[in-house]
Design a protein around this ligand. Structure first.
Ligand SMILES: [Zn+2]
Length: 655
């Protein structure tokens, strides 16, 4: 036990976990010890003979559970990014235990009684105290014995179902992969893509997480497209039953907590606040988006010379894009080399806006040899934290792109942030990694979350950086996407990987025009997914869903989001966000945040764009405060007025 690296704070810079020293046999004993330590700390808080104060109760809770936090952080990092079978087994075993442990704390009557008696006049303390009270009420602290017991049972079941749902999806990406021995089926893919998926004379094209697979835009063979699309929308059928059960559990929990359904419970502490507010906004967008889909579909059919099917849409959209804007994605890729995009694009933009600088620390290692580590410094040279980038897809990584913290910033624990960005870019067998423009935007997006974590400047870990309402958290990351196409930033990173030539301006003009194309499709597939998530979580307690596929169809139909050519971005069986992660009744958040994003982008444009002054203002009001103040008030202060919906409508062609 003495050489278990989880049991003492890491001695590496910024508390970066010592991945080289961590072995699989360290997790279980450290987890058990972490739980025991945390329970002892909480018991000591409850037993304190002094009357409850902010310091001896809330601040003491913020300081507690450090060992457990270290183990869980590393376990979840590996489970998401490099999940070997041993790691999956560990997660399966420890996640229900972690759930029981959290329940033991949130349902501790002595602790809840103390928290209710804490008072404070300090505004930051008051925000945190309110946060704690909500956490406890939501967990069921006010329930009677029987209610709490039921809550525990349901939480345990949910944790297991979430893990199973996610494991089924990881398996489905290869089990439902498109497999062929005939390379002619793959006509349209480029040489490097074909090389990357060839093994033993077979070609295996794994599924990415969304309904539309990127290869659909390239594959010339219609039958192959149909096969790939069908594999995608029918993957992980076992997850449908899991989704039914998860939704039923959530609605029962909502009833226990005194809410009519799970969605009402979830939005109560979001910036949206009520289900009506969410439904009003989604409802206002879906009709115009549908009209855009219709006119786009007509253009695609006209170009194809025949009616199109859902698997044809990305292909003909690409054809029309080429014809109208003369833009071929493969023309652009040579200008988007990964290293340049990151260092001369993403990081450079942050330097220009916030004055922060980055020094690569090749002496520090992440959990995988492909992870790069940078030390981040403020304009005056003060060390700010570490940034880790894990760019590549691998069979042991889940789909999509995300940010998370390995260490959270807080003055209380005297800790600086260690932040990770995960992308899913295919690693070439040899040669440079060239990105699509989508992947470039994703890199900027995720780094917007990273900035939220890195520039956090708060006292308490519970409200650091990205610990804000779910329907607010995408706002800073979406704003950061604007710098990907900002002329001075583009000129700095978009250079040909062989010749160093800057990307031709006319190619960029065509890109900008083409970006507006096919927006009806993008908006509609997103809204359909948001409404599908919403329907599963508006179910009244006791509602029995017999046929999840029929439920999906009816739910979409009812709100005008069922379209024969455009399926939701995620269907029920692979809607990881809402059935495994905690985005339930929260997928609407992206468009909710985008209202603030579109408005802020206009603000930057009207106020001189890429300047240190503007960066500092965004940092002061939005990025540095995390969840320590009311985020909507902070945004209104940044804008100098209340946010408006119109910029979003204009941007998405819905005005
Ligand atoms: Zn995001």
């Amino acid at each position: 036990m003495t050489d278990n690296p989880f049991l003492t704070p890491s001695e590496l810079p910024y508390g970066l976990p010592d991945f080289a020293a961590i072995r699989e046999e360290h997790f279980r004993p450290a987890f058990d010890q972490g739980v025991a330590e945390h329970l002892a700390e909480v018991a000591a808080i409850v037993a304190d003979p002094e009357p409850p104060t902010f310091e001896n109760t809330i601040a003491a809770l913020e300081r507690s559970g450090r060992t457990l936090n270290r183990v869980e952080t590393v376990l979840h990092t590996l489970a998401g990014s490099d999940a070997t079978e041993a790691v999956q087994e560990l997660e399966r075993e420890l996640s229900p235990k972690a759930t029981r442990h959290r329940d033991a704390i949130y349902l501790d009557r002595g602790l809840w009684d103390r928290i209710k008696r804490v008072t404070t006049s300090d505004p930051e303390e008051a925000t945190l105290l309110e946060r704690y009270r909500l956490d406890f009420v939501k967990a069921g602290a006010d329930l009677d014995e029987a209610g709490q017991e039921r809550m525990r049972e349901l939480n345990a079941e949910l944790a297991e179902l979430g893990t199973e749902f996610s494991r089924n999806l990881v398996q489905a990406s290869t089990e439902s992969a498109l497999v062929t021995e005939d390379v002619a089926d793959l006509d349209g893919l480029d040489e490097a893509q074909i090389q990357a998926i060839e093994s033993d004379g077979k070609y295996v094209l794994p599924l990415l997480n969304t309904t539309v697979q990127p290869a659909l835009a390239q594959l010339t063979d219609r039958a192959t497209r149909e096969r790939l699309y069908t594999l995608s929308v029918e993957r992980a059928p076992r997850n449908r039953e899991i989704a039914v059960r998860v939704a039923a559990i959530r609605s029962e929990q909502a009833r226990l907590r005194g809410y009519p359904d799970h969605a009402s419970f979830k939005v109560a502490d979001q910036t949206a606040k009520t289900v009506e507010a969410v439904e009003e906004r989604l409802g206002r967008l879906v009709g115009p988006a549908r009209r855009n889909v219709e006119s786009e579909a007509a253009a695609l059919a006209e170009h194809a010379g025949h009616d199109i099917e859902p698997w044809d849409w990305p292909y003909y959209a690409e054809q029309v894009r080429k014809a109208r804007y003369d833009l071929d994605e493969s023309e652009l890729r040579p200008y988007f080399e990964l290293g340049r995009v990151i260092e001369d694009g993403v990081l450079y933009a942050a330097t220009r806006l916030y004055g922060i600088t980055f020094t690569e620390r090749s002496d520090l290692r992440g959990y995988h040899e492909d992870v790069r580590v940078w030390e981040v410094f403020d304009g005056d040279g003060t060390a700010l934290g570490l940034f880790l980038l894990d760019p590549y897809a691998r069979p042991t990584k889940r789909g999509g792109a995300w940010m998370h913290n390995l260490v959270e910033q807080s003055f209380l624990l005297d800790e600086k942030p260690v932040v990770v960005n995960n992308l899913n870019i295919t690693k070439p067998v040899s040669g440079p990694t060239l990105l699509t423009f989508d992947e470039v935007e994703t890199a900027f997006h995720e780094f917007g979350h990273a900035l939220h974590g890195l520039l956090s400047s708060v006292r308490y870990p519970r409200v650091e950086g990205t610990s804000v309402p779910r329907d607010f958290v995408e706002f800073p990351s979406q704003v950061n996407e604007m710098w990907a196409t900002w002329p001075e930033i583009l000129a700095n990173y978009a250079k040909h990987h062989e010749t160093g030539e800057p990307v031709p301006t006319e190619l960029l003009d065509r890109l900008a025009a083409a970006e507006k194309f096919n927006q009806g499709f993008g908006t509609f597939e997103y809204l359909a997914a948001a409404l599908l998530d919403w329907s599963w979580h508006r179910l009244a307690p006791g509602t029995v869903v017999e046929d999840p596929e029929a439920f999906e169809t009816e739910a979409l139909e009812r709100v005008g989001a069922l379209h024969p050519l455009v399926r939701p971005r995620y269907r029920t069986s692979y809607f990881m966000h809402v059935f495994s992660n905690d985005y339930s009744a929260g997928y609407y958040s992206y468009v909710w945040s985008e209202v603030l994003d579109a408005d802020s982008v206009e603000w930057f444009n009207e106020n001189g764009g890429l300047t240190r002054e503007n960066g500092d203002r965004f940092r002061r009001y939005v990025l540095s405060v995390g969840g320590s103040v009311d985020p909507m008030r902070a945004t209104a202060e940044f804008l100098g007025r209340e946010p408006r919906l119109e910029p979003l409508l204009r941007r998405r062609g819905l005005a």
